[in-house]
Design a protein around this ligand. Structure first.
Ligand code: SF4
Length: 383
């Protein structure tokens, strides 16, 4: 299985109920940003720039929960900012799980070890750790030494304690795909359960434009990437993959992954901000959807990001015969759990593991490829 069965079953039931009721626009994954503050200043991050003036604002847990009820999405991606510095993160997770929703907690991994004891493993909860390369490359991307190592220690601790863990990688113009394949092979050994991958996109809040790709460049890069990484448990649907490789068209369904943050429902999408809306209904009804997407808004021209197009695949925008079968076989053919080894890792008491099988020591991460990552002008060359 590529995802936990419960997640697939709940999602299928939810979509079927919406279709029976004739609803046209409904959310699949709520992007919940309880705060925008972060302990890092990553090169490609738009949030810390766009929300500079409100960086110290936070949602309360009650505001997060009423927004969740407001939209009704079955899956919540808690992001930010760095959600692990949200003071009530464990209570927020507990409350969302108690409402029968599934969570991906998107983090840079710096605080997993410190706060792991506040969370309980369940098949409805994934740690989603952001990693853009091996140690040297990743630390350059996030502009701080030691982040890669701490994130890896966090992943080891979470796996040893019985949690599901996936990783999330952004592909930039200069991403070394062979390095990403090495990173995935290493994470696979650690027992990581799945891999998310998305092209970077140059929206206006990110000033470093030269690291982003045109549509043709994305297609070329993903033809190579998906060939190299196919053997891992990629958590991107076959339909979205076809779109990324330029083998089919999809229309943007940005309402499928709506973003809620301290300023409200962000429209039209996770990337661009033309308005903030007080309620989910206003977000759906007041956003002029026909004005967005390729051919309608120049800012959308090269956009192929997962928040706009992964829901299109699942929601059946531009459907083709055989798509449902493709999605079903894709789910069945995946395998979570990585290499399936058991590592001692000194996780200590309360690590959630039973049994007395043979345990091995954690593998050492490979090094980033040698070569100059910083050009003569002092700018980052390889991301
Ligand atoms: S295509 Fe969709 S997801 Fe991409 S920038 Fe435009 S509205 Fe946002």
């Amino acid at each position: 299985m590529r995802f936990p069965l419960k997640l697939t079953a709940n999602l299928t039931r939810y979509i079927a109920a919406k279709r029976i009721r004739g609803e046209k626009k409904f959310p699949l994954v709520m992007m919940l940003e309880p705060l925008h503050a972060c302990n890092l200043t990553c090169t490609g991050c738009g949030r810390i720039r766009e929300y500079k003036s409100t960086i110290d604002e936070m949602l309360t847990v009650d505001q997060c929960l009423s927004a969740l009820e407001d939209c009704g999405a079955p899956v919540v991606s808690i992001c930010g900012g760095e959600p692990m510095i949200y003071p009530e993160i464990s209570r927020l997770v507990k409350e969302i799980l108690a409402r029968g929703r599934h969570i991906y907690l998107c983090t840079n991994g710096m605080f997993i070890r410190k706060k792991l004891h506040e969370f309980q493993p369940t098949s409805s909860f994934f740690w989603n750790v952001h990693l853009d390369g091996l140690e040297r490359t990743h630390d350059l991307c996030v502009e701080r030494d030691g982040v890669f190592r701490e994130a890896i220690e966090g992943i080891k601790a979470a796996k040893a304690a019985g949690f599901f863990v996936c990783s999330n990688t952004t592909i930039y113009k200069e991403t070394d795909l062979a390095e990403i394949a090495e990173l995935y092979a290493y994470l696979h050994e650690l027992g990581v359960d799945g891999y998310m991958l998305s092209p970077a996109y140059s929206y206006s809040a990110v000033m470093t434009r030269e690291i982003f790709m045109s549509r043709e460049e994305v297609q070329e890069k993903f033809r190579q990437a998906l060939g190299l990484l196919e053997k891992f448990n990629l958590m991107i649907s076959p339909i979205y993959r076809e779109y990324l490789k330029g083998e089919r068209e999809l229309t943007c369904t940005a309402w499928g992954n709506p973003t809620y943050n301290p300023r409200g429902w962000k429209g039209p999408c996770y990337l661009m901000t033309d308005a903030h809306h007080a309620t989910f209904r206003e977000f759906i009804d007041d956003t002029p959807w026909e004005k967005y997407g390729r051919g309608n808004d120049p800012r959308c021209e090269d956009c192929m990001v997962h928040v706009g197009f992964e829901p299109s695949a699942v929601l059946g925008a531009n459907p083709r015969l055989g798509d449902t079968w493709k999605l079903l076989t894709w789910q069945m053919s995946g395998k979570m759990g990585g290499a399936g080894r058991r590592f001692d890792g000194g996780a200590g008491p309360g690590n959630g593991r039973g049994g007395s099988g043979r345990q091995e020591s954690w593998p050492v991460p490979p090094a980033s490829p040698s070569g100059e990552l910083v050009g003569p002008d002092g700018r980052l060359r390889v991301l």
